[in-house]
Ligand binder design. Structure first.
Ligand code: HEM
Length: 155
């Protein structure tokens, strides 16, 4: 069973890379690049991008807590033993997951309906809400990664 914690740690890091890296690409690269397109084209592309990316985000939001708790309780024994950086990561992680769940159910649910109905003015109003939440989660994700990888060197 020696492989369990290295495997948990690896899956944990991969899930973080895919989620945070995907948000970085969407927010910082794809969004400005698509800006020049007409709304029906741009909003339709975003609908298809979200449909594919969110499958991976669902995997990440399931894998991160499972592997995180496996490491905390299985490897370290407790949050106290794991260190302050893990407590901080845990708190920010749940804020990120809660924001994603809200994003998926409320604005993304409305966005999907608007795109299906080809109601582009409505889809165009919802997209900035999704962008703000993704932008917030991107910043939180980057902070979490800094905390996670620097934490073992604190104090
Ligand atoms: C949901 C609750 C979470 C728990 C309980 C948790 C727990 C842990 C633990 C115990 C470690 C190992 C720390 C160490 O070896 O010093 C770790 C590492 C890490 N975590 Fe989390 N984590 C959570 C969420 C997140 C989130 C949301 C992200 C980023 C989006 C993240 C990114 C990372 C990264 C990048 C590492 C470093 C891996 C390495 O250096 O080997 N974690 N986490």
């Amino acid at each position: 069973m020696d492989y369990i914690f290295p495997l948990a740690n690896t899956l944990h890091a991969l899930a973080a890379v895919i989620w945070v890296g995907g948000m970085f690409f969407a927010h910082q690269v794809l969004r400005p690049a698509l800006g020049a397109n007409e709304p029906p084209v741009r909003l339709g592309i975003w609908g298809r991008v979200f449909a594919r990316f969110f499958v991976w985000v669902w995997l990440a939001v399931i894998i991160l807590p499972i592997t995180g708790y496996a490491m905390v309780y299985g490897d370290f024994g407790s949050f106290e033993n794991a260190g302050m950086h893990v407590t901080v990561m845990h708190a920010i992680g749940w804020v990120m997951i809660a924001l994603y769940l809200y994003l998926y159910v409320v604005p993304y649910g409305q966005y999907r309906q608007a795109v299906k109905a080809e109601d582009w003015p409505r889809a165009g109003k919802i997209l900035p809400i999704i962008r703000r939440i993704v932008g917030t989660n991107l910043v939180l994700g980057l902070i979490t990664i800094v905390v996670a990888v620097s934490g073992r060197f604190w104090g």
